[in-house]
Design a protein around this ligand. Sequence first.
Ligand code: PLP
Length: 395
Amino acid sequence: MRKITSTNKLDYIYLDYHSTTPVDKRVAEMLLHYMTTEFGNASSIDHIYGDSAKEAVAQASTNVAKLVGASSKEVIFTSGATESINLVIQGSIPINNIAKIKPCIAVLPLEHKAVLDSCNMLVKKNLVEIINLQVNSQGRLDLDYLEKVCAVGISLLCVMAANNEVGNIYPIQEVGKIAQKYNIPFLCDASQAVGKISINFEEWGITYLAISAHKLYGPKGSGALIVRKGLQLNPILFGGGHQKGLRSGTLNVPGIVGLGEACRLRMLEMDGDEKAIANLRDKLQGLLLDKIPGLVINGDVDNRLSGNLHISIPDVPNSAIIARVRQKLAISTGAACSSGVQAPSHVLQAMKLPTDIIDGALRIGIGKFTKLEEIEQAAEILSSAVQQTRQVMYS
Ligand code: PLP
């Protein structure tokens, strides 16, 4: 395998920003500083190394909270959105269920596996029941059905702010209103949305908000959970009682500082960056529609992340396209998959899309470092890959 180096990286085009983003150099510089110079343990109370680490963590809490309209006291740092989500889903199930009524969790079926598999694990242990919310073929959420489900009474509602495959942006403000009306705790996985669209935790009736640093130009292995004031969760990690006992473990100060700085920069630059990104996405969409007959755009095209372009070429399997482009262009068939085994996307299946659309699906993710030339080249690379594949298939 050819290695990507700082000199040859310009030969590759990275359009997989939903999977992860490059760390902003300004963020990386801060990380390095907090790894090598101000490297103290934020819990060390006996010297200035500890003091400066603690101060840096406090500053990061402020930056994270500001970006999502929360209070810095509501921020818990974690290893990423997966942990944040697990903490809410596992931590909100009563340990001694005296009531003996099985808690019920309502989920958007397009949620990330971190939500779905956490719920499934509890179902397997016979601890909860799951209700799937309803969506249409664009992945839009049926709010009337959601309200009916909330009216019956559930113990947790999970609706993501933006989807990691088709890029749909969900009406979190409206969902939060319904959740508040029926007093339902509401977990919003905002991994793909934070730093790309405005979010107001305090005003939108969100109870728990999951954030991941590596989706907003911060480091991997760092994230946060915003927990509404006064709410209790059962911890899933035990130890030194850090972070009010909710998440034990020595704080990852560089990661936390990196998340905080990434949030601060997003606050300043998000609007301008996202406009430019949307222009590039629209350009690419136009080029691909022109060059590839039969191309279909998936998802809710009126409410999607500015960097998302999710397409299907129904007569061409996505694996054939990936095989042809992978040495030049980084795009994906769906969510990043840890097992290495590609299964049909559960997101597209939940939208009840036809098999040929699912089999021909490609996710393109554009970000703030993407250039116009790369968009033009990507359109060329993709359209010739489709043409060549079709030639082989139909000759
Ligand atoms: N939720 C969504 C919507 C995601 O896109 C991801 C990352 O792929 C996660 C959760 C998991 O985030 P992390 O990698 O921080 O655990």
